[in-house]
Design a protein around this ligand. Structure first.
Ligand SMILES: NC(=O)c1ccc[n+]([C@@H]2O[C@H](COP(=O)([O-])OP(=O)(O)OC[C@H]3O[C@@H](n4cnc5c(N)ncnc54)[C@H](OP(=O)(O)O)[C@@H]3O)[C@@H](O)[C@H]2O)c1
Length: 312
């Protein structure tokens, strides 16, 4: 079988990892690195993570753009990407599983108030404390899409009281589902732990702000694995200072890397991870891309195509 050629652009540091992954799977893809200034006629498929200047002028036969990640806001904002081409966001089992691991880890951390034990250990202090059972904790997920839904299901398996919020109505076993802006207040009311897995759009920018924190349970925890633009940093710092919020795990930031002088780094109740919550797993992602190419070539509709008007 002839291998399908897939051009990789803007991923120079990772090209060899991807090539090895392609060689180790039966995806049947031949990966080719983009070289600036060179033309690539006869390439219908592109895998890209961030905008690359001058790229599209060199790809006269391009038909589908695959985004390496689930969040596509940078590509949507790039005016050089031809509007006629479908932009497919990444949905693949490796990315989903890593996010489930991360969210479960961080929810358990906040549930058991691990930061108190870390603080006590630093002082060689034996600090037993009481904590509720998982089924007494209310955990909410903003965004019940591919990642949010998988996390909600896992947390429900661990017996947390789980709620989820999305734009359109959903039905997920053992999860109380809320849809639309008008239900946001009800969804948030009294949550002990809030996880953000929204895409960054004009509607969701700054959603994690003082008004939202005021609706959660006192000393609630925030886990932001969506995008830095969702959070109003100063509102979180103020809410942590006045005890409205108890603790936070932040994986994504307005500026990445997070500047060394940012107060989040040394805050005793903020746990920082370096945009590390989840990542695309090349072998399973290539199998998924090959499956989508197969569908496309057979005339079926591509899945997970981004709606650029909607912003995700
Ligand atoms: N930190 C990391 O390592 C990492 C890794 C991967 C992804 N992410 C982030 O996770 C995000 C989610 O990924 P995904 O694959 O789960 O995306 P997705 O499947 O598109 O899900 C997005 C969810 O957000 C909901 N939503 C969007 N706008 C909304 C609004 N205005 N009001 C209410 N709900 C809204 C959608 O509602 P509908 O279902 O009704 O459309 C959907 O449930 C990505 O966009 C990215 O920002 C972070």
């Amino acid at each position: 079988m002839t291998k399908k050629r897939l051009l990789l652009a803007g991923m120079e540091d990772y090209f060899e990892t991807w090539r090895r992954a392609a060689d180790s799977t039966a995806a049947g893809l031949d990966l080719v690195p983009y070289v600036p200034g060179q033309a690539f006629p006869g390439f219908p498929y592109l895998l890209i993570w961030r905008p690359v200047p001058e790229l599209f002028a060199s790809l006269p036969d391009l038909r589908v753009i695959f985004c390496l990640g689930a969040g596509t806001e940078r590509l949507i904002a790039d005016p050089s990407i031809p509007a006629r081409l479908p932009l497919v966001r990444m949905v693949e089992p490796g990315l989903t599983q890593c996010m489930v691991d991360y969210v479960l880890w961080r929810v358990l951390y906040h549930h058991r108030r691990m930061w108190e034990l870390e603080e006590a250990q630093a002082q060689a202090r034996w600090a037993q404390h009481l904590y509720p059972a998982a089924w007494e904790r209310k955990v909410g997920i903003l965004g019940l899409g591919t990642l949010g839904q998988a996390c909600a299901e896992k947390l429900a398996e661990f017996e947390f009281q789980v709620r989820g919020w999305s734009r359109s109505p959903k039905s997920v076993a053992k999860v109380a589902c809320f849809a639309g802006t008008e239900t946001l207040g009800e969804f948030l009311a009294g949550l002990d732990i809030l996880v953000c897995l929204l895409p960054l759009t004009p509607e969701t920018k700054g959603i994690l702000n003082a008004d939202l924190f005021a609706r959660l349970a006192p000393r609630a925890a925030l886990v932001n694995a969506g995008r830095g633009g969702h959070l109003v940093d100063d509102d979180l710092l103020a809410a942590l200072a006045d005890g409205r919020m108890g603790s936070a795990t932040l994986d994504v930031f307005h500026r990445e890397p997070l500047p060394p002088d940012h107060p989040f780094w040394l805050h005793p109740r903020v746990f920082v991870t370096p945009h590390y919550a989840s990542e695309t797993h090349p072998p399973s992602a290539l199998v998924e891309i090959a499956r989508q190419i197969e569908r496309f070539e057979q005339g079926a509709t591509l899945e997970h195509v981004v709606d650029r008007q909607r912003g995700y």
